[in-house]
Ligand binder design. Structure first.
Ligand code: SER
Length: 582
């Protein structure tokens, strides 16, 4: 039976209720990009809110940690991983929790007691040494020399503030060497497999600690590591979890895992993580910010390593690997099946995008490093690789590291920031710059944006103003000031207005005038102070006048049918509409 099922069943027998895995992108927590631990979605309940499922919970939770992304390639780091967790919300505490963990490991998984060791909290000025846990472990047969104490490593908190407490960590001796009499947590043959946190406190932003209304237990077990132990392998990627995926990569590349571990691990790990992120209902797509940037980096790094292995990037290699991963996990995560097409599209589109410039970028990189003499890649080169060839800075760093070259990362960051400032300025420069390379479809969307802006002023009111816009050749996104969620009637009415104006085939006319005259004429604009003294104003029939750098279609008849796909909150007082032209 799969470890996940064994775990869930064991805790259900002990009176726990199974809760579903939360999405990898937290739903109501803008402070983190991804769920990094099983407890994250449970924070409100650990703080005292009543959980609808009761006081004993169990689950398997998908997690993403990208802080040590650059360690991927060794034998046990992963960006995506699953955590098995059980919780007591003001129910049982230390002794019972330890008993359950010990029972599961030794009775269900049949782990020999002498291969287990634990750490407990040593105590400090604020909180006493954890004698209760220590005595419990001793009573269960863990030898005294297999109990170590630490202060820092045995106090758990998710970030800077929130629920926290001392913990006891369980280690397994993953090696064929004889088990040492004395346990040393720093010895890498001892692998941490489970962490039982006894949450009694809440840490506040001023550094103070107060007691929680209830004492809770939060445990997390690393699924990958335990499976590797049960499979008797010292390399996570050799476990049953990865068997099919690694074999697939071997078949596609015609190379064997042995000797190509690093690239194969990176491809396997990064694509699995990308599959899970893009299958999430939050709809993350590769981009240059936040979760989208992580997704982009994962896919691009996987592509680069696929190239290292000699895989034909233009073949559908990424799809084959993704499908293998999906079939491995579909029993436990139905969203992988529901959103399969989205996942495959995300991977393919990003591949196509990166592929266009990867080859040239690598050549450019070679040229750059052949011209340097101090083993340093300067900020301009690093920025060019980013801006022109789509190399995430981390990729440039990695490539450079392979050649013992240092990158001026700080300089890059400064340039990057300056570039962002420039593109944030809503001046006509922005529109010119941003749209200089616009295709026919983007131009149509640009005109549709003006029509939608005008329609919303009629439907919602004259106080509606544009707050942002983002156009691709597939859709438009329009942010506007508005204090309420649009009703279905409002959306329908706005759609109708735009479509009527399209049918009327209104002429789009561009005129140049002084900024003053433009304002007097009532032209709409986003950041008036950013505009030069002479501005261009686009008028569409007599329904819309906006300061804008263009380009636009010459008359609206060619736009097709306008459809609002989604209306949602963007930030406080700002709504966002996603729409398409069909
Ligand atoms: N929150 C703890 C951890 O992540 C136990 O679940 O290790």
């Amino acid at each position: 039976m799969n470890l996940k099922d064994l775990y869930i069943n064991y805790f259900i027998e002990k009176g726990h209720k199974q809760i579903p895995s939360a999405p990898v992108v937290p739903e109501n927590d803008p402070s983190v990009l991804f769920n990094t631990a099983g407890m994250q979605p449970l924070i409100p309940y650990l703080m005292g809110k009543e959980h609808p499922y009761g006081t004993r919970l169990v689950d398997y939770q998908k997690c993403v940690r990208t802080n040590d992304l650059d360690n991927i390639g060794d034998n046990y780091h992963h960006t995506f991983f699953e955590m098995l967790g059980n919780w007591s919300l003001g129910d049982y505490f230390k002794e019972e929790s330890i008993e359950y963990s010990f029972g599961f490991l030794t009775e269900v998984l049949n782990m020999p007691v002498d291969k287990l060791a634990v750490t407990i909290f040593k105590g400090n000025d604020l909180i006493k040494r954890d004698e209760v846990s220590r005595n419990k472990w001793l009573s269960l047969g863990i030898s005294e020399k297999h109990i170590a104490e630490t202060e820092d490593d045995n106090f758990w908190i998710a970030g800077e503030t929130g629920p926290c407490g001392s913990d006891t960590e369980i280690f397994y001796f993953r090696s064929n060497d004889p088990v040492p009499v004395e346990f040393d947590p720093e010895d890498e043959r001892w692998v941490e497999i489970w962490n039982n946190v006894f949450m009694e406190f809440e840490k506040h932003s001023d550094g103070t600690i107060t007691e929680l209304p209830k004492k809770n237990v939060d445990t997390g077990m690393g699924y990958e590591r335990v499976v590797a132990i049960l499979d008797g392998v010292n390399d996570n990627y050799k476990s049953s979890i990865w068997k099919n995926t690694i074999e697939k990569i071997e078949a596609i590349s015609g190379k064997s895992y042995l000797g190509n571990e690093k690239s194969m691990r990176i491809i396997a790990d990064h694509l699995r993580c990308a599959v899970f992120i893009s299958a999430d209902n939050s709809g993350i797509k590769p981009s240059n910010t936040d979760q989208g940037y992580i997704l982009r980096r994962l896919i691009r790094r996987a592509i680069r390593h696929a190239k290292n292995l000699g895989i034909d990037i233009n073949s559908n290699w990424e799809e084959e690997i993704a499908l293998t991963i999906i079939s491995e996990y579909k029993k436990y995560y139905s969203e992988l099946v529901d959103n399969k097409d989205v996942v495959l599209d995300v991977l393919k589109n990003e591949k196509i995008k990166f592929n266009r410039t990867l080859e040239k970028g690598l050549k450019e990189f070679e040229k750059m490093i052949s011209n340097i003499n101090d083993n340093k890649l300067n900020k301009d080169d690093a920025f060019k690789l980013y801006d022109t060839y789509g190399f995430p800075i981390e990729l440039t760093i990695e490539l450079s590291k392979e050649r013992n070259i240092e990158v001026d990362v700080e300089g890059f960051k400064e340039k990057f920031k300056a570039h962002q400032e420039l593109s944030r300025q809503g001046s006509s420069e922005k529109f010119k710059g941003g749209l200089a390379s616009t295709g026919e479809k983007e131009t149509k969307y640009h005109t549709a944006t003006h029509l939608l802006n005008a329609a919303l002023k009629i439907v919602v009111g004259p106080d509606v103003h544009q707050k942002g816009s983002n156009i691709t050749n597939e859709r438009m996104r329009f942010d506007f000031s508005c204090d309420h969620k649009l009703s279905d009637e409002e959306k329908q009415r706005a759609e109708e207005l735009v479509n009527n104006w399209i049918k009327e085939d209104l002429k789009v006319i561009v005129t140049e005038m002084s900024k003053e005259d433009a304002i007097k004429s009532g032209a709409e604009c986003m950041f008036i102070e950013k505009y030069p003294d002479t501005v261009t104003v686009y008028s569409i029939g007599d329904v819309s006048r906006e300061l804008c750098g263009g380009p636009h279609v010459s008359s609206t008849g060619c736009l097709g049918t306008f459809k609002i796909k989604k209306e949602e909150a963007s930030s406080a007082g700002v709504r966002r509409i996603k729409a398409v032209l069909e």
